[in-house]
Ligand binder design. Structure first.
Ligand code: GLA
Length: 390
């Protein structure tokens, strides 16, 4: 579904649910990270793009004038209800905590959205490493901007959404997902310096190449606990090396400190330090349309995430192996897992003319090796969050 189609669908569902048309509509995209994994919370660089898959919310004031936000969705029968007369707290259903956290963030800034009836739908596959949660948070924030007529700086919006995820969903995520959902630009990747929060748009519109997203359709449970553990291991490494964050550490410094750290902490740091460098080089490769070089950095990133950072899994490795087998001759430049890991998606850089053959080959071989059906699609870099109706 294109964004206008999706928006029309959500408006129609709003009408069916509440018996009148919506007054406001807002959208925010999911993302795929091309390279720079587990670097954001180490003050490093990331290179994501927004994808043409979105969360869309339609809203109106409730007819009874109550100071309550009711969110109904296509993915769960139970609505999420936020009573604005009392302090906003974590509650059930669980998915409602993302919008709850965002509402709390606006309240903390003295902005009260007031009562709302909301209907939402998302084409971002849930829980597959494409930032469905960031899309939900940033969409809520964008809807509140539409409703109140008070827009906030997109960087502040991303930080507000990240805080919602920390405080209301209990996930100590970095800033990548919310940033790209808020700041994405059509036809561009976003090179984000997570320390200074400076962004640079990197054009990616060469019609000869495409990005394929391969959803392994598995999600291993260890995800969130392991994420927090990785963060702590990185902090330990930085402390031992004597730097504020791994962004400041060089490979030499790491080698010199090696004897003072456990093998695990050493390997975590080696991944992060190498990945920050790969990301900067890959961005340069993209600027120069040097696709074979970009592809090599993607493969190297995957190997490092698999062996040193240990956030891959069998299914992600199977996809990357198949991609490597197809190889340059078959039209694949590079492939890697994307997002937090332990399942979810891979991203592959491919020759546009070979998309169909590559998709077929990955789907067939993946099914043969794992027994699971992968979902494979491509996306051009999309625009970030927008108010569709104000
Ligand atoms: C998740 C987090 C991001 C980032 C990635 C790993 O998507 O939300 O902040 O840390 O994992 O790169």
């Amino acid at each position: 579904m294109t964004l206008p189609e999706l928006s029309a669908y959500v408006a129609a569902e709003f009408q069916k649910t509440y018996g009148r048309p919506p007054r406001w509509i807002a959208a925010a995209p999911g993302r795929v990270n091309v390279i720079g994994e587990h670097t954001d919370y180490n003050d490093g660089f990331v290179l994501p793009m927004a994808i043409e898959f979105y969360t869309v919310m339609a809203a109106d004031r409730p007819v009874d004038g109550k100071n309550v936000i009711t969110l109904r969705s296509t993915f769960e029968p139970e609505p999420a209800v936020i009573d604005l007369a009392v302090p906003v707290k974590i509650s059930t259903p669980k998915w409602g905590n993302y919008p709850r956290g965002v509402v709390a963030g606006f309240q903390a800034r003295g902005v009260n959205p007031g009562g709302l009836d909301v209907f939402l739908h998302s084409t971002v596959p849930l829980g597959s490493g494409l930032s469905s949660s960031a899309a939900l948070e940033v969409c809520t924030a964008t809807l509140i901007e539409a409703v109140t007529g008070k827009t906030i700086d997109p960087i502040e919006k991303a930080l507000l959404a990240q805080k919602a995820e920390h405080d209301f969903a209990g996930v100590p995520c970095g800033i990548m997902d919310q940033f790209i959902s808020a700041l994405g630009r059509e036809g561009h990747l976003l090179l984000l310096d997570c320390r200074t929060r400076k962004t640079e748009l990197v054009p990616m519109s060469d019609p000869a190449v495409a990005l394929l997203i391969i959803n392994t359709n598995v999600k291993h449970e260890l995800g969130s606990g392991e994420y927090a553990k990785r963060r702590a291991e990185c902090e330990a490494a930085a402390r031992i090396i004597g730097v504020a964050s791994l962004r400041d550490a060089t490979p030499d410094q790491l080698e010199r400190a090696k004897s003072k750290m456990t093998d695990v902490v050493y390997r975590r740091a080696r991944h992060v330090i190498g990945e920050i460098e790969r990301t900067v080089h890959a961005a340069e490769g993209i600027r120069q349309s040097n696709w074979p070089t970009v592809g090599q950095f993607m493969y190297a990133s995957h190997a490092s995430l698999r062996d040193d950072y240990e956030v891959s899994c069998k299914e992600l490795d199977v996809v990357v192996d198949i991609a490597e087998d197809i190889g340059y001759k078959g039209g694949v430049y590079g492939c890697r897992m994307t997002g937090g890991g332990f399942g979810g998606c891979c991203v592959a850089l491919v020759k546009a003319e070979a998309i169909e053959a590559i998709t077929k080959k990955i789907a067939t071989d993946y099914k043969a090796k794992t027994g699971i059906d992968a979902v494979i699609f491509s996306s051009r870099p999309a625009a970030g969050a927008t108010i569709i109706k104000a």
